[in-house]
Design a protein around this ligand. Structure first.
Ligand code: LFR
Length: 478
């Protein structure tokens, strides 16, 4: 029996799980779970880094059975700046901070956006590490002067536990600062910063790189640092050309490819190319996940309305179908003061009925999300010139059976769901590879198929959903 530990941090919660591998199957146990919310201070959104490290250590202190190693994965693009003595020069900024938005425009004066896309494979998005660093350079230049090492978030946390200073490939591939040779792009750095920045070197995952300082018997594993890359490696994909969707706070819709796709069409439609656990690529759309609903729930809670999961499903089922649609990826929903007001505003702007009851809001959101995923899938099939009959979904979103059924209906494809904790599992599988217990992504996926229950959804109500899709498409093109 081999036990490994996986820390998986999302942009709303983090968890530590242990995974036991007996040579045939994998079993998973949650050890620790905590909230992770950006803090709003001095007009900025930061991560509460000190608290995160405290939570990581608290979780590790709860581990009772001997574990071989630990790996950490997180959301993408965020990072920390360390000074010469290994201390942070500032709390790490959160990508929900909008201070980087203006630098997207500024950057286009220095390099055409399409060239930037072709060079890095990443869509031009204000949250990217590149634009965040430009904001820091302009607003807090002293931070960069003091910086001796830049570590991406999972590797920053890894450093806090083990002292190791490395960046992992998949997380680095979300930065817009990595070239086609999978190294930090020095030309881009010269263009935007007039210097090369002190990024710790990029390494490939599935290797042991040190030990945990407070628990020296546990090795520090370098796993795919990006939660989406971990999730994809744990989806038991068995169909050629299958698509995947990883649904949590975000919805990541993609397809595995060997080389980045950087055509004009991919650029215009804001697709991105990010790294996989195998050193290849995910052709992907970074889209809305449960963020909108999470924010609505917070507001309902303040009004004294609290739903259990079942009540939420019931409320949706009681609301009229196909009444109101939103484009979940509209900028209005990125970080509004009130999400309910933002939805209302969207409906008024598009001459639609404003939802009234929570059930109407929930139905509007879940239907719109499914329709937007179906829309993206169509675009993706066109650009990659491949068709598929199957979609594999992992992440917390798999628990929302309404959403999974609606995705099958809206896309007219078979949806396979599970596992819910795909990112944590992918993190653990990488460690089993570093330990020589598994030898390939295929072996890992087979192990997931043997160990966790999958569900399947067949498309239903084709005519109604096709009509709804046409209406939704008109709304997007308004
Ligand atoms: C999901 C995710 C997405 C990334 C977003 C922001 O947790 O990692 O892949 O685009 O967070 O970094």
């Amino acid at each position: 029996m081999t036990t490994v530990l996986a820390y998986d941090l999302g942009a709303s919660s983090g968890r530590l799980v242990s995974q036991k591998f007996n040579g045939q199957t994998l079993t998973m146990n949650e050890i620790h779970r905590f909230q992770n919310k950006p803090v709003h201070e001095n007009n900025h959104y930061y991560w509460d880094y000190r608290n995160l490290v405290k939570e990581l250590n608290q979780g590790l202190n709860k581990v009772t059975s001997p574990a071989k190693s630990l790996g950490i994965d997180t959301w993408g693009v965020d990072f920390g700046l360390l000074n010469k003595t290994g201390q942070l020069v500032s709390k790490p900024f959160s990508y929900r901070d909008t201070h980087s938005v203006q630098y997207v425009q500024q950057a286009t004066k220095q390099l055409p956006p399409q060239t930037l896309f072709e060079q890095t494979g990443n869509e031009i998005s204000a949250i990217n590490t590149l634009f965040q660093l430009m904001a820091i350079q302009s607003q807090y230049p002293q931070y960069l002067t003091e910086t001796a090492e830049i570590l991406m978030m999972p590797n920053l946390l890894m450093h806090s536990l083990s002292g190791v200073k490395l960046n992992e490939f998949t997380i680095a591939s979300t930065s817009q600062l990595v070239d086609k040779n999978q190294q930090w792009d020095k030309n881009i750095q010269q263009t935007f910063f007039n210097q090369t920045l002190p990024f710790a070197p990029i390494e490939m995952p599935h290797q042991m790189v040190g030990t945990i300082k407070n628990h020296p018997s546990i090795q520090m594993a370098l796993v795919p640092g990006h939660d989406t890359a971990c999730a994809l490696s744990a989806l038991p994909i068995q169909r050629p050309n299958a698509l995947f969707i990883s649904i949590g706070t975000w919805g990541l819709i993609g397809k595995e490819i060997k080389e980045p796709i950087t055509t004009a069409e991919a650029f215009q439609q804001s697709f991105t190319n990010e790294g996989t656990s195998e050193g290849q690529y995910r052709f992907q759309k970074n889209a809305m996940g449960f963020w909108i609903l999470q924010k609505c729930r917070e507001e309902w809670k303040q009004q004294g309305i609290h739903f259990t999961y079942e009540q939420e499903i019931n409320a949706l089922q009681q609301a009229k179908s196909f009444n109101t649609f939103i484009d979940p990826d509209d900028d209005l929903f990125f970080n509004p003061v009130s999400m309910l007001q933002a939805i209302k505003k969207y409906c008024l702007q598009t001459n639609q009925q404003v939802p009234i009851t929570p059930g109407e809001y929930i139905r509007c959101f879940i239907e719109s999300l499914a329709l937007k995923y179906a829309y993206t899938i169509k675009q993706m099939e066109k650009i990659t010139n491949t068709k598929t009959t199957d979609i594999y979904i992992g992440g917390g979103g798999t628990q929302n059976t309404n959403l999974c059924q609606f995705i099958a209906n809206a896309s007219n494809k078979i949806v396979h769901t599970g596992p819910t904790e795909a990112s944590s599992i992918g993190n653990g599988l990488s460690q089993l590879r570093a330990l020589g217990e598994l030898h390939s992504i295929e072996e890992g996926r087979q192990l997931v198929a043997n160990s966790f229950e999958m569900k399947q959804y067949e498309p239903q109500h084709n005519t109604e959903w096709q009509e709804a899709f046409d209406r939704f498409q008109q709304l997007l093109h308004m």
